[in-house]
Design a protein around this ligand. Structure first.
Ligand code: AMP
Length: 249
């Protein structure tokens, strides 16, 4: 059973990004970049399925510039068997990524595709769902538990009302939520081993899909600064403000 895992290179979650002085974008020229945290969880899940003898091959894929090879090497160090970079310098929207993943899935024929529930740079939460629609495969988003049984995957999903369990025929797309697992630390010996694992670079243009974006960024601005809070002496003062200033009661 083959598992394809999508990993995106994003600004590290500890970095506080700054807006460029010309307001054209955020400035990521010299900030730390890492694997999207939800994708680490997806890779961990794929590797655990392999360790359990259920999955036989874990293929990590990233779409983006040559720089994305570093997150693929991390995925290999976590236990993925091989990696593919679908290389392009275009700025990719979720639909473009979904199209590229679909084209790769047509070639690789995975039984299960794991993606993160969302990328923390754009917070879109769209790619997995779009991929499932393009491939016409069943999908389970926001997974907090994944079990494979026969030709099915049983997924516990985190939904507004609590947990929902769904069973999907394979092949299927599953998006990883925070509580699915705790990703392992990458050890130095595994980083060294990962250098020898195969990482193919395929020009995205070879896949013959339209990845042009229909969106353009007009202006990026900081959110307005929050005005300072006030400390009130008692409940009566609070009620007075709610009644006469905020006018909400
Ligand atoms: P998004 O829909 O942009 O929030 O991304 C959801 C998930 O899709 C991410 O957690 C990744 O698993 C995958 N994904 C998005 N963009 C890329 C990319 N450029 N390369 C590989 N995977 C991606």
């Amino acid at each position: 059973m083959k598992c394809l895992v999508a990993v995106k290179r994003v600004v590290d979650y500890n970095v506080k990004v700054q807006v460029k002085s010309d307001q054209s974008d955020v400035d990521i020229a010299s900030v730390k970049m890492s694997m999207n945290p939800f994708d680490e969880i997806a890779v961990e899940q794929a590797v655990r399925l392999k360790e359990a003898g259920i999955v036989t091959e874990v293929l990590a894929v990233s779409c983006g510039s040559v720089a994305s090879q570093d997150v693929l090497r991390t995925a290999l160090a976590m236990g993925a068997d091989r990696a593919v970079l679908l290389q392009t310098d275009e700025s990719l929207q979720p639909l473009a990524v979904a199209k590229l993943l679909k084209a790769l899935a047509d070639r690789e024929k995975p039984d299960l595709v794991l993606v993160g529930k969302q990328a923390i740079d754009n917070d879109c939460n769209q790619t997995g769902q779009m991929l499932a629609a393009l491939a016409d495969w069943p999908q389970a988003s926001f997974a907090s538990e994944v079990q494979i049984e026969g030709g099915c995957v049983r997924v516990k999903r985190e939904v507004d009302a609590g947990l929902e369990t769904v069973e999907l025929d394979l092949p299927a797309v599953v998006t990883a939520d925070l509580r699915l697992n705790e990703p392992r630390y990458v050890t130095l010996p595994n980083i060294m081993k990962a250098k020898k694992k195969p990482l193919d670079v395929v020009p995205a243009a070879e896949l013959d899909v339209d990845i042009r974006s229909g969106l353009s960024v007009l202006r990026v601005a900081e959110p307005p600064k929050r005005s300072g809070g006030v400390k009130l002496p008692d409940i009566a003062a609070l009620l007075d403000k709610l009644r006469h200033e905020a006018k909400v009661i």
